[in-house]
Design a binder for this molecule. Structure first.
Ligand code: AMP
Ligand code: GLY
Length: 409
């Protein structure tokens, strides 16, 4: 029996840990640093932060950890995979060089250009004046992006010239480098593949809901809910993505010596001129993972270790039902989420994120508090089940969207 360590602390990592625990090969699952809500699934918490590589490596040795799965982007960008691999640890995720596909947008966009992966036209700047002139010559709306990691909050859609100055200053002040990009109109979807073997393994398609308010309105968040599969992203569209997006990306990684055993998450936009890449991420999506991994019917531990060994695993997913997850957030999210609110007793189909424990109760700590996931033969039923459960709980102070899945309803 094997012990697994998941790095990270959110609902995605809760779903990862719960999925590893379903494997007959897995004995213990640890999560560093995790959150106290995970304990209800049998995950053991490790009081080490995700950027304390030395301590993590020491823990791996002490507890005879057979596999480390890195959840979030920050430790990947900081080189945790290189660090652990040098110490002989089996770890799933990209090396720092490939993690730049997410942590350095300029690098990612130039990678796409070199490798003929369709994406929005763009230019990068470190000076305000030149960026302004370039942007003024584009038509609105256009997109201003910070170059580095920004937790999903580094993108501004600028609809008129009066907003341009402050948007450019904000991005340059945050990062020093700004991307100015053409706006892509269309349907967005999340395409995730596991890499490591000769062929990438496709996960089911899922759809995130990034805006705070119903109908996709208001400011961006880390994600307010997700569902999977996504009927309007047909198998034909996925096949097109395989040929025009995934194939040249994988070939590019191979050519540039950036191959890795890990996740590649491609944010796609289905436009009238074909599918284009909005961004790459090198880790699983959150909240998408919470509706994806519960669909896996084959052994996750075997799949991940096969990928690390350079083999393509057969991963099996349920095909009968829709999975839908709604994120419950603290009031005030995403600007000033209220802290320290007591949570009621929640059912087992919950993945926890921003919670702390006072010894007796879980309290809110952060913006997104937990995700509740249901499944049903129709998307409508799945949504109704989630909403009915959330309604029954005494969540008066908390906020959630009731329209997750609306695009396919
Ligand atoms: P990102 O942080 O790159 O995922 O961007 C956050 C969100 O901004 C995306 O999920 C899209 O909804 C939107 N976005 C980013 N780039 C573009 C673009 N070029 N055109 C339209 N929307 C975009
Ligand atoms: N759900 C969007 C992300 O994980 O980046």
């Amino acid at each position: 029996m094997k012990n697994v360590l998941v790095i990270g602390s959110g609902a995605r990592e809760h779903a990862l840990g719960a999925t590893f625990l379903r494997s007959p090969q897995v004995d213990r699952v640890y999560c560093a640093p995790g959150n106290p809500g995970m304990v209800q699934s049998g995950i053991r918490l490790v009081d080490i932060a995700e950027n304390e590589f030395e301590e993590l490596a020491e823990f791996v040795g002490q507890k005879e950890i057979a596999l480390v799965f890195v959840g979030p982007e920050a430790p990947l960008a900081d080189g945790i995979v290189d660090f652990l691999q040098e110490r002989g640890v089996q770890v799933f995720g990209p090396a720092q060089s490939a993690a730049r596909l997410e942590s350095d947008k300029k690098f990612a966009k130039n990678f796409m250009l070199r490798n003929h992966v369709p994406t929005a036209a763009f230019a990068t700047f470190s000076e305000y004046e030149t960026a302004l002139v370039y942007a003024q010559n584009l038509s609105f709306p256009l997109v201003i992006k910070e170059n580095g990691l920004a937790g999903g909050k580094g993108v501004q859609i600028v609809t008129e010239e009066t907003q341009l100055e402050s948007a450019l200053h904000k991005a340059l002040n945050q990062d020093g480098q700004v991307l100015v990009e053409k706006y892509l109109a269309g349907e967005e979807f999340s395409l995730m593949v596991f890499m490591g073997g000769p062929e990438p393994v496709f996960l089911p398609i899922s759809q995130d809901h990034k805006k705070i308010f119903a109908g996709e309105n208001g400011p961006n968040t880390g994600g307010m809910g997700a569902y999977s599969p996504v009927p309007h992203i047909t198998s034909q569209i996925v096949e097109e993505a395989r040929q025009t997006i995934v194939a040249p990306t994988v070939a590019g990684l191979h050519k540039e010596g950036l191959e890795y055993a890990g996740t590649l998450y491609i944010g796609c936009m289905l436009t009238t001129r074909g599918i284009k890449v909005i961004e790459y991420n090198v880790r699983l999506g959150d909240p998408e993972t919470q509706v994806l991994l519960p669909q896996l019917t084959s052994d996750f531990y075997t799949a991940v270790t096969d990928l690390i060994a350079g083999q393509t695993p057969v991963m099996e997913w349920q095909r009968e039902e829709f999975y839908l997850g709604t994120v419950v957030a603290a009031p005030g999210y995403p600007i000033h989420p209220k802290q320290g609110l007591q949570l009621p007793q929640l059912p087992n189909n919950v993945f926890y994120a921003g919670v702390v424990s006072d010894g007796e109760h879980l309290l809110s700590s952060g913006g997104r508090i937990f995700a509740l996931v249901e499944h049903a033969p129709t998307l409508k039923e799945a949504q109704s089940k989630v909403n009915a459960t959330l309604e029954r709980l005494a969540l008066t102070e908390f906020y959630y969207r009731k329209d997750i899945g609306f695009r396919d309803l």
